[in-house]
Ligand binder design. Structure first.
Ligand SMILES: NC(=O)c1ccc[n+]([C@@H]2O[C@H](COP(=O)([O-])OP(=O)(O)OC[C@H]3O[C@@H](n4cnc5c(N)ncnc54)[C@H](OP(=O)(O)O)[C@@H]3O)[C@@H](O)[C@H]2O)c1
Length: 281
């Protein structure tokens, strides 16, 4: 088993030689996530040098592709904000409950999302204390989110995706504004989420009337492989708001990779991933 976790644009070159070993490979970069080679010049600015390999990689989201991951030797793990958005949206897109061209994802992410090497913008003295608009249009994770939701919808889905850098080290919170196709009630939504996730070990539906953590919150899942999802219906504005939270280094990266490894190798899917998270952090 080989894990590759290099900057995007680097994995893409190393991959043919690694694939030729015949070993199972899990790549954490973006280089083999997108299925349509035309997406690479559009979202990454370069032509994919090995488009023949793209269809051989399965996107590492077990909740959507478990069987294909089990049967595959090649898995590309999704982007951290992409998987957090996709898991919140998948049930309502699959059940055709919302307009597929009016989906607005407002994401917030901690500093570890930028990797280990500090730049002027990510150096502690600049990054500490920020609530910074970061790539409000054209963020690359948009392509993955649209790819996966379009598959579920069996038609084109358009996503408006705007991330923000906030004052956390680990964690992502997505607040997702959507617009229902008709009247929506909580029981219909519960049914959609339970239908997709009731047997999932790492997706929890968080929607409580009492207590401090009534909606998904990255603070209580840091260190865990959970993706918490939740929703609220806004009757006043005919809006359905979805929420999702992950630890970008766990379900957003290494946790997903281990979950996929467990599936590919026939281990228990939760092996090595049962940490409940650290709280308070
Ligand atoms: N951080 C996240 O939240 C997150 C989440 C999901 C996916 N990802 C993706 O995962 C990948 C790694 O992200 P990261 O945050 O861990 O980045 P990172 O902290 O910057 O680490 C990148 C690693 O790649 C190594 N590397 C760079 N060029 C290489 C080469 N030519 N050959 C071999 N190794 C090379 C670096 O080693 P040196 O230090 O020796 O150069 C470094 O250890 C990226 O593609 C990123 O987009 C990151």
């Amino acid at each position: 088993m080989i894990f590759t976790s290099m900057p995007h644009g680097t994995s893409v070159k190393a991959m043919p030689e690694l694939v030729s070993t015949g070993l199972k490979i899990i790549d954490l970069s973006a280089d083999y996530r997108l299925k349509d080679p035309k997406d690479y010049p559009e979202w990454y600015g370069w032509d994919h040098p090995h488009p023949d390999l793209l269809s051989k990689f399965v996107l590492g989201i077990p909740e959507l592709h478990r069987q294909r991951i089990r049967e595959s030797n090649l898995v590309a793990c999704p982007g951290c904000m992409a998987v957090t958005s996709i898991l919140a949206l998948a049930p309502v897109v699959k059940e055709k409950l919302i307009d597929n061209d009016r989906i607005i994802v407002d994401a917030k992410i901690g500093s570890s999302g930028a990797g280990i090497k500090p730049t002027v913008a990510t150096h502690h003295s600049e990054r500490f204390g920020v609530v910074r608009v970061y790539k409000p249009v054209g963020h690359r994770h948009t392509a993955e989110i649209e790819q996966e939701l379009s598959l579920l919808a069996n038609g084109k889905v358009t996503v408006s995706f705007s991330p923000h850098a906030v004052n956390m080290v680990r964690g992502i919170l997505c607040t997702i504004h959507t617009f229902p196709r008709g009247e929506l009630s909580s029981p219909v939504l519960w049914k959609a989420y339970r239908g997709l996730y009731q047997s999932e070990p790492f997706v929890r539906l968080v929607k409580d009337k009492k207590g401090l953590y009534r909606y998904p919150d990255p603070k209580i899942i840091v260190g865990s492989n959970y993706c918490d999802v939740g929703f609220e219906v806004d009757e006043h504005a005919s809006r359905l708001i979805l929420f999702s939270a992950t630890d970008n280094l766990m379900k957003g990266a290494a946790g997903s990779a281990v979950q996929c490894m467990n599936i590919m190798c026939g281990f228990a899917e939760t092996e090595g991933l049962t940490l409940p998270g650290f709280h308070p952090m």
